[in-house]
Write a protein that binds this ligand. Structure first.
Ligand SMILES: Cc1cc2nc3c(=O)[nH]c(=O)nc-3n(C[C@H](O)[C@H](O)[C@H](O)COP(=O)(O)O)c2cc1C
Length: 189
């Protein structure tokens, strides 16, 4: 079974993390969920989801302060970690090895164990500090995947756009999916 560590940090777009969790749940992917304290605020501000309903979709959940929980150790096996959305603060902590909470520690461990780490970094515009942190991590093999909207598949709703992005994360993790509308080539359009 595929096991993914999924963290939701406090950038706008908490819905990306929630939609990913929903699709992992549907696809029978085991999820280890961590929600930062700031993300609890953005979830309440931006969505109609209750924290309890989000928790029910996860296989297991750990408090972001609990640095003694399994994802804090390299001995805990998983096939990848996704942070969606990833705030600039969490990005900075990871880029500098500042493992002061479970999200940062689990990401630090994912890098040291040479496992897949995907960051749906979200901020605009980006400062040189943000860009340098991203470049530093990209050079280590971390996948920097800002949730940028795409239009080539002719989305009709925000839901369509979200689905495409969530599907692209599945692709990065090597999980088969029918979420992505794939580019058919100009001749097929
Ligand atoms: C409504 C709202 C939207 C925010 N959007 C962003 C954002 O897009 N990017 C970002 O880096 N921080 C954003 N922040 C600020 C982060 O929540 C803040 O830096 C926090 O310390 C991040 O902590 P965390 O990474 O531990 O979740 C936002 C905060 C609020 C309340």
């Amino acid at each position: 079974m595929t096991r993914i560590v999924l963290a939701i940090s406090g950038a706008t777009g908490s819905i990306y993390g929630i939609k990913l969790l929903e699709e992992f749940h549907k696809a029978d992917v085991e999820t280890q969920l961590i929600i930062s304290e700031s993300a609890k605020k953005t979830i309440a501000l931006e969505t109609d989801y209750l924290l309890d309903d989000i928790s029910k979709m996860a296989s297991q959940q750990f408090p972001s302060w609990d640095i003694a929980s399994p994802p804090a150790s390299g001995s805990f096996l998983h096939q990848g970690m996704v942070i969606a959305p990833c705030s600039m603060k969490t990005l900075s902590a990871i880029a500098n090895g500042y493992a002061d909470n479970l999200i940062n520690r689990a990401a630090d461990v994912t890098i040291k164990e040479r496992r897949k780490l995907i960051l749906l970094v979200r901020e605009t515009p980006l400062s040189p500090i943000h860009l340098e942190n991203m470049l530093k991590l990209a050079r280590l093999g971390v996948i920097i995947m800002p949730p940028v909207l795409s239009f080539y598949h002719h989305p009709k709703t925000i839901e369509d756009m979200m689905k495409q992005m969530v599907g692209r994360v599945f692709d990065q993790l090597g999980i088969e999916n029918s979420l992505v509308k794939r580019w058919p080539g100009i001749m097929e359009m």
